[in-house]
Design a protein around this ligand. Structure first.
Ligand SMILES: Nc1ncnc2c1ncn2[C@@H]1O[C@H](COP(=O)(O)OP(=O)(O)OP(=O)(O)O)[C@@H](O)[C@H]1O
Ligand SMILES: [Mg+2]
Length: 494
């Protein structure tokens, strides 16, 4: 579909300033369509003033937001015989607003129509056609008020004082008719306020009836209204009340013979938007908050498990619940770190430090074990860091839990040492866990999914992170104990 400027260049002889004016009009005229509950068309003469008989081209079309449209077809770019739009022809010729009825092919019905000359630089350059939809019963008070504003704006279109040169009065983000309107007279007094506008005033703490008062008398200083009255230009302003309420005021002056006779103030309650904006602006804080909450929730879950473990008389149940608790907490560790520095990536070192503390807390009561960490994995994607942290927690727990059974007794002063080596190698994150304990049993096999802990580790490392895991006993001559090596590709995206 061609743009207005392309169509104008192709089919009309309108020059650039005129086209700019028409562009400004179509940028603002959703306000007109909404105020009049009507479809709007913008028609220009094909090929310019000499060839009036060759008809009109539709340069723009606008549907109302608050009524269903009368025209399903897209008429932009279509040309029409002057005889099929005699009232448009008349509006061009007379330079005055023509009100009548029209039989539109596209609708196959006779409908009321207004043809408003669009004047620019003293010339009628186009005609704005309002195709009025069927009335739904007698017009309500507000509908009448809308229509009277529409009529005043039509006068401005014919006077070439609307659209405004300075800025548009409708568009994305700007208040719409349905958001709320306060009509202010030439003296700055409220003529009427729609129910939505009254709501917005309530939100600002103004409950007194507004009619007949100035906003200042009501306790609200809206500079944009004052400026619109004084300078005859549209002015926008956002007024906040505390942190929670933000109302956007868009003040559109109404002019008659170049004098401001009133201001249409469109109000929009943007409190929710602003709150959202604040959050988005402060996205970091928001993400941090989410991780913080996840961490808190996980801690709550782990406390519940602990409570439940305590209440159980079965030792097995206690142990099982206790371990579930520990696993939940090792996931919480990652969120804890992310709540401090949120992002797609996380410094894994910090997670390791927390994990070590966690494992020490859980099992050190059993016997003295020292956990040493060498090296680090730098910054990892959180997708990788979370499961890896869970797997390392399992392996460290295993070492302190199983390797040193019988250590540290009265007849034994051996000290358990668990070493965690972390490094990057060929695009892999590698973790080696080594203990100097009793080693794996004769019949130990990583592949047989006997117990939960190693099943989880296998699943995480192999299936989720597409890595490798190796586990073996170390010869007594080499210090004994167990050696575990985990390597996961950094590119893994579980
Ligand atoms: N570092 C280690 N030293 C000695 N034995 C180990 C070591 N790691 C694992 N094991 C042996 O492997 C077994 C399986 O470990 P796994 O973590 O799967 O189960 P678990 O620790 O017994 O129970 P959980 O499901 O609570 O982790 C352990 O019971 C233990 O006998
Ligand atoms: Mg285990």
């Amino acid at each position: 579909m061609a743009t207005l400027a392309e169509l104008a260049a192709l089919r009309t002889s309108l020059d650039e300033p005129v086209v700019d004016h028409l562009l400004r009009l179509t940028a603002s005229w959703s306000l007109l369509a909404d105020l009049s509950f009507s479809d709007m068309l913008l028609m220009a003469r094909v090929d310019g003033p000499e060839k009036v008989d060759s008809g009109f081209v539709v340069l723009g079309q606008m549907r109302p937001n608050n009524r269903s449209t009368m025209i399903n077809d897209d008429l932009v770019g279509t040309t029409h015989d002057a005889t099929s739009w005699p009232l448009v022809h008349l509006a061009f010729e007379s330079g005055t607003r023509i009100i009548g009825e029209v039989n539109v092919e596209a609708i196959a019905d006779i409908i009321p129509v207004w043809c408003v000359p669009v004047r620019f630089d003293g010339r009628v350059v186009a005609v704005m056609v309002r195709l009025q939809g069927p009335l739904r019963g007698p017009a309500s008070l507000y509908e009448q008020a809308y229509l009277s504003i529409f009529e005043r704006l039509c006068v401005m279109v014919a006077d070439s004082t609307f659209p405004f040169r300075e800025e548009g009065v409708a568009g994305p983000g700007l208040p719409r008719v349905g958001d709320g309107i306060i009509l202010i007279d030439g003296d700055g007094r409220v003529e009427f306020a729609t129910p939505n506008a009254a709501n917005a005033l309530h939100r600002m703490g103004i409950y007194a009836p507004a009619e007949g008062q100035t906003l200042l008398e009501l306790g609200l200083r809206v500079r944009s209204v004052e400026r619109a009255l004084e300078y005859a230009i549209p002015v926008m302003e956002e007024i906040d009340r505390g942190h929670d309420v933000a109302i956007l005021f868009h003040c559109v002056p109404l002019l008659e013979h170049n004098l401001v006779t009133g201001v249409v103030t469109l109000l929009r309650d943007v409190s929710d938007l602003r709150q959202l904006n604040r959050l988005v602006l402060n996205k970091e804080a928001a993400v941090r908050e989410v991780h913080h909450r996840v961490k808190n929730n996980l801690q709550t879950i782990s406390s519940l498990l602990r409570l439940q473990a305590r209440r159980s008389d079965e030792p097995e149940t206690r142990i099982a619940l206790g371990e579930a608790e520990r696993r939940v907490r090792s996931i919480a560790v990652v969120h804890e770190v992310l709540s401090r520095e949120p992002g797609e990536e996380v410094v894994f070192d910090e997670i390791v430090r927390s994990l070590v503390v966690l494992v020490e807390d859980t099992v050190l009561a059993l016997h003295p074990v020292e956990i040493l960490v060498n090296g680090n994995l730098g910054v990892l994607s959180t997708d990788l860091a979370t499961p890896l942290a869970v797997a390392l927690a399992e392996l460290l727990t295993n070492a302190v839990e199983h390797a040193f059974i019988g250590f540290g007794g009265t007849d034994n002063d051996q000290v358990g040492v668990v070493t965690l080596n972390l490094y990057l190698e060929d695009g892999d994150a590698v973790a080696e866990i080594r203990d100097n304990g009793r080693g794996l049993g004769e019949d130990f096999s990583l592949e047989v999914p006997k117990s939960l802990g190693l099943s989880i580790v296998r699943d995480i490392i192999r299936a989720q992170l597409l890595g490798t895991i190796e586990m073996k006993s170390v010869d007594y001559a080499d210090g004994g104990g167990t050696y575990v090596r985990v390597a996961v590709p950094l590119s893994a995206r579980p």
